[in-house]
Design a protein around this ligand. Structure first.
Ligand code: ZN
Length: 255
């Protein structure tokens, strides 16, 4: 028997324009069906909207941060202002994210250096506030892990993790949480991660509205479908996956 109230989505973007028309009914659905959802910021506007949405509903929380491409594009002053905004609003959020490195979209060395510098500033703030970080990493997994290790980060969520199995074991050895997204329905790599990641380090996410099938809009409760797939791979029940991931999400985000 599946208890719907154990369904979580630890990373989605309900502030995306694809939710603007029916956000209220999406929020009602979440309240009826799910344990809780974490809305993630990624740019200046989305950070404010993440806080706004999470303040509307008792089972929605938020993390705020800057996607590495957005972080590197800001002037030093704009970036510092956003860091201050995060610090000033830290009692309203459950973590800093998404932050990280994106070397898929950024090939320029100078811009990559700026991404790294600003990533480290976010990490230092998270340590000061003692809250977790939610990591975006694309084609930069080993560099991201190097930085997280040298900054001695403890509370880390690897969002939409797409590293290989040796990077997975490195992240696990550092005590990090691995977030498995609905991409598991079409990615062999993600299925391997779901097979090898210990259940007590696994989280579920949609990255909604992204990462659903045929370009259709993803919704937070689709993590149930990811949980079914994980259960099938590990030969356990969906209820066990939902229970474990709920427990993990509460532990790492202090909910
Ligand atoms: Zn995201």
């Amino acid at each position: 028997m599946i208890d719907l109230k154990n369904i979580t989505d630890t990373h989605c973007h309900l502030q995306h324009e694809r939710f603007s028309e029916d956000l209220d009914s999406v929020l009602i659905n979440i309240e009826e069906k799910m344990a809780f959802v974490i809305v993630s910021g990624a740019n200046i506007l989305w950070n404010r909207e993440a806080i706004k949405i999470s303040s509307k509903s008792k089972n929605i929380y938020s993390t705020i941060g800057l996607h590495p491409i957005d972080a590197a594009k800001l002037s030093k002053k704009e970036f510092d202002n956003e860091l201050k905004y995060i610090e000033d609003n830290s009692d309203l959020i459950v973590g800093i994210g998404e932050i990280g490195l994106d070397w898929h979209w950024e090939k320029d060395e100078t811009m990559r250096e700026i991404q790294k510098e600003r990533f480290i500033l976010f990490l230092k703030l998270a340590k000061k506030l003692d809250i977790p970080v939610v990591i975006h990493s694309w084609d930069a997994e080993s560099e991201v892990l190097n930085i997280l290790e040298s900054e001695k980060m403890k509370k880390v969520v690897m969002h939409c993790f797409s590293g290989d199995l040796s990077e997975l074991s490195r992240a696990l050895n550092l005590g990090f949480y691995i977030s498995v997204s609905t991409v598991i329905l079409r990615s062999k790599g993600t299925r391997k991660i779901a097979r090898d990641c210990p259940l007590d380090k696994m989280l579920l996410e949609t990255d909604a509205p992204y990462l659903w099938l045929n370009g259709k809009r993803n919704v937070p409760w689709n993590t149930e479908v990811a949980a079914e797939k994980i259960a099938q791979i590990r030969k356990i029940t969906t209820a066990q996956v939902l229970e474990a991931t709920l427990k993990n999400a509460k532990r790492v985000f202090g909910i």
